[in-house]
Write a protein that binds this ligand. Structure first.
Ligand SMILES: Cc1ncc(COP(=O)(O)O)c(C=O)c1O
Length: 395
């Protein structure tokens, strides 16, 4: 039988109408970063652990510059489509119970999250999202036509998740619960016990749990690495990347870790928007992850020492209050006065000292600013007193 291609090439009016209604709100934090990141002098909006150079990576990886010779003879094809086995094995080893088959390589955590939503969410679904969070976790499911119930972390509870409030929000029709752990922007951390309680809530209704764990591995206490949701619950998915705890955002390389049957469904979408990640990025990420503890060790020392600097400043600065973060690279500060957070931050970054913070308004948290404390220590040490000086000028 011959297929008449004119029939199937014809635009489908119903389909076009559907596409036209699929709007998504602007990504406020990313717009703010684009606007000021390259224009500031002291970047205290940075969310990555102080990024490293290629030379530093080779050094931390225990190999010399000669390691790059292997890249010279590498034919730059698409490479292994789902990520090299070497890389996927290294990703799996960040978890307690995962193997290569449970990993899929993506364009950063941002690509990983997007693929999970494309796979799991359809119009009419019910999603529960713990907020504040990375805007992807509410905007994308809403753009796909889901109803999103927000469960807020409350300032008066020190940003601790209210497990009862979460349980009340999850109904038999909930298909997905989503959170960031450690939390962006508060730095609150769910440990094994709380995460198990979240998993139990999901399990009651058979919901998936998407844990964006891009800040995992640099906690303030103990080993620095909290258990992953994916090692606690059979319908959990963990997303993460080289960007934050591994100081290598420039690789633009992330992952989805989850049940094999789910990844098979993700691949259907991934084939349409990823094909593969860069072969050079794959090799360098594998090298970094094979030396994960060395890089995480460097960054735990950095975040722990920098948080002491920040904590000392907050203690001596009456116009600012906070709950000390437990993990990650960022936290929220509440500031005195009536200035809107965007005005506060624009005045600061466009002022003579050009110090950059992130306005709470970009995170649905008016009255706060988000500070990143994992950038180079010198930026924090120099930048904090300049914030105080700026507030002096506000009167
Ligand atoms: C919670 C969270 N998820 C995902 C991302 C995206 O990170 P990347 O794509 O660099 O891994 C960010 C970046 O700020 C983030 O804070």
């Amino acid at each position: 039988m011959t297929v008449d291609s004119s029939t199937w090439l014809e635009p489908d009016p119903w389909r076009s109408a559907t596409v036209a209604t699929m709007q998504i709100e602007p990504f406020a934090v990313e717009q703010w970063m684009n606007e000021y990141e390259t224009r500031c002098e002291y970047n205290l909006a940075e969310t990555c652990c102080d990024s490293i150079t290629l030379a530093e990576l080779l050094d931390l990886g225990g190999v010399g510059p000669g390691y790059l010779d292997r890249l010279l003879s590498m034919k730059l094809t698409y490479g292994e489509i789902e990520g090299s086995d070497r890389l996927r094995g290294a990703i799996a080893s960040l978890f307690e119970t995962q193997s290569i088959a449970n990993t899929l390589v993506t364009h950063g955590t941002i690509g990983a999250n997007h693929l999970v939503y494309l796979t799991l969410v359809s119009a009419g679904d019910h999603v529960v999202s713990v907020v504040p969070s990375y805007q992807q976790h509410t905007a994308i499911p809403e753009s796909l036509g889901a109803t999103v119930t927000r469960v807020p972390l409350r300032e008066e509870r020190g940003w601790a998740l209210d497990l009862d409030e979460l349980a009340a929000a999850v109904t038999p029709s909930t298909s997905l619960v989503t959170l960031t752990n450690p939390n962006n922007p508060t730095g609150a951390l769910l440990g094994r016990e709380e995460l198990s309680a979240v998993a139990a809530t999901c399990d009651k209704v058979g919901a998936w749990l998407l844990a964006d764990e891009v800040y995992r591995g640099i906690d303030q206490e103990g080993s620095g690495t909290t258990v992953s949701a994916v090692d606690l619950y059979e319908r959990a998915i963990s997303t993460g990347s080289m960007s934050k705890a591994f100081s290598l955002a420039g690789l633009r390389l992330g992952w989805i870790v989850g049940p094999e049957s789910l990844l098979e469904r993700v691949v259907v979408h991934r084939d349409y928007n990823t094909i593969s990640v860069g072969m050079i990025d794959d090799v360098l990420a594998a090298l970094a992850l094979e030396n994960a503890e060395t890089i995480l060790g460097r960054n735990r020392a950095l975040v722990r020492s920098n948080l002491k600097t920040l904590s000392n400043w907050v203690d001596g600065e009456d116009r600012v209050s906070w709950t000390r973060p437990s993990g990650g690279t960022i936290t929220l500060l509440r500031y005195d006065g009536h200035l809107l957070s965007r005005d506060f931050c624009v005045g600061l970054v466009e002022g003579p000292d050009r110090v950059m913070l992130t306005p709470g308004s970009a995170l649905g948290m008016e009255g706060h600013v988000r500070i990143g404390y994992a950038n180079a220590s010198e930026a924090l040490i120099a930048g904090l007193p300049l914030i105080s000086r700026y507030m002096d000028g506000l009167g």
